[in-house]
Design a binder for this molecule. Structure first.
Ligand SMILES: NC(=O)c1ccc[n+]([C@@H]2O[C@H](COP(=O)([O-])OP(=O)(O)OC[C@H]3O[C@@H](n4cnc5c(N)ncnc54)[C@H](O)[C@@H]3O)[C@@H](O)[C@H]2O)c1
Length: 349
């Protein structure tokens, strides 16, 4: 198999993690990199021996040799390169969250449908042992019907700095940044039911009024223009309800972890435990990973993307699944602005 010819759009922090992972395989060759800050792209190209450097991603799309692009730009710059790349005949791996807005995510999903090319959203925890095990258990029917879930991604004092906290670059704060991991995990286990209503609040009461402390993440309070806290209840078409909680900063140690309750068993993540009644006893089951290790999940997600292209398989993490995370995220933001529950629906693609 000839190596997949890949180009990276955006060479900031997470692109470096991709480059380090890709340096471990000869099955994917990075043939071009691009960043609106030329010096960042040039530095990455020099470090990893990438032959071509651009400041405008359209130049990458002109390269016949490029089969696929990996989009590592900030959230507000996911949709345009993804849609343009798909229409230029390139498969797309895009960083999480799929997009900052439901409008952007919908445009991306439509472009994938229209072109028939792969659009994969790179939520790497999908490739870890705990998630694969939880998904297999849920798909086996061992949990029964899932009627309640909690999706939780909370830090006590972990506001990231830089492009993550500015509206013009990130577009959205913790709700999509780390919230998307929790949503993806729980929705994946639940089998992607369709949300119909969301009621939530979002604010940045703490991040604007508190300063970094010893040992905490560093941010500039004056730069914070997105939410650093968001919670919502989410109703699904099948009658289930999810409580979604996410924070970058709060006066609490924990708001729990991802879990689902089913009619036959409950499942909690981190560490993965199944709670059930068996043998006339209350039984807890803890799957063991043994000597196997998760390895580099960034390499795993890039390889899954490449293998889907080579084998003509569907996207390993497809747009129609990730679109549901954007429906809930948008619902939370819209409900918070309106001060009441809002009806939501998954767009027809
Ligand atoms: N999967 C993960 O574990 C993980 C971790 C961190 C960040 N991320 C995601 O990766 C994305 C980028 O995060 P980051 O930490 O690298 O941010 P960053 O600010 O360090 O880097 C973003 C880069 O994109 C460049 N850029 C912006 N618009 C561009 C455009 N139109 N064309 C070319 N380059 C452009 C910027 O100049 C910058 O260098 C975000 O969506 C973030 O949510 C994922």
């Amino acid at each position: 198999m000839k190596p997949l010819k890949l180009a990276l759009i955006g060479t900031g922090g997470i692109a470096q993690t991709h480059m380090r992972a890709l340096a471990k395989t000869d099955q994917i060759e990075v043939v071009a990199v691009c960043d609106i800050v030329e010096e960042k792209a040039a530095r990455t190209a020099k470090e990893y021996g990438v032959p071509k450097v651009f400041v405008d991603y359209h130049d990458i799309l002109e390269m016949d040799e490029v089969e696929a692009v990996s989009i590592c730009t900030w959230n507000q710059a996911h949709a345009a390169p993804a849609v343009d790349a798909l229409h230029a005949g390139k498969h797309v791996l895009v960083e999480k969250p799929m997009a900052a807005t439901l409008v952007d995510a919908t445009a991306m999903a439509k472009a994938a449908k229209e072109t028939g090319l792969i659009l994969m959203v790179g939520v790497q925890p999908r490739f870890g042992f705990a998630r694969k095990t939880a998904k297999a258990i849920a798909d086996s029917g061992a949990l029964g019907d899932i009627y309640y879930a909690e999706a939780v991604a909370c830090r006590r004092c972990g506001i990231p700095g830089g492009s993550f906290i500015r509206k013009e670059t990130a577009g959205i704060g913790t709700v999509a940044d780390i919230g998307v991991y929790a949503l993806d995990e729980v929705l994946h286990i639940m089998g992607h039911p369709k949300p119909v209503a969301v009621s939530g609040i979002a604010n940045n009461l703490l991040g604007k009024t508190h300063h970094p402390v010893e040992g905490s993440w560093k941010w500039v309070p004056e730069d914070l223009s997105v939410e650093d806290f968001g919670v919502a209840s989410v109703r699904f078409e099948n009658g289930a309800l999810m409580v979604f909680k996410t924070s970058w900063i709060m006066h609490m140690d924990s708001l729990g972890t991802n879990l689902v309750l089913g009619t036959k068993a409950g499942l909690k993540m981190h560490p993965l435990t199944i709670f059930t009644h068996q043998y006339e006893r209350l039984i807890d089951i803890t799957p063991q990973q043994g000597d196997s290790k998760d390895g580099d999940l960034f390499l795993a997600k890039n390889m899954a993307f490449a293998e889907a292209i080579w084998e003509g398989k569907p996207s390993p993490i497809p747009a129609h699944e990730m679109l549901i995370t954007n429906v809930i995220i948008q619902g939370l933001i819209d409900s918070a602005a309106a001060g009441r529950e809002v009806a939501v629906s998954v767009p027809e693609i």
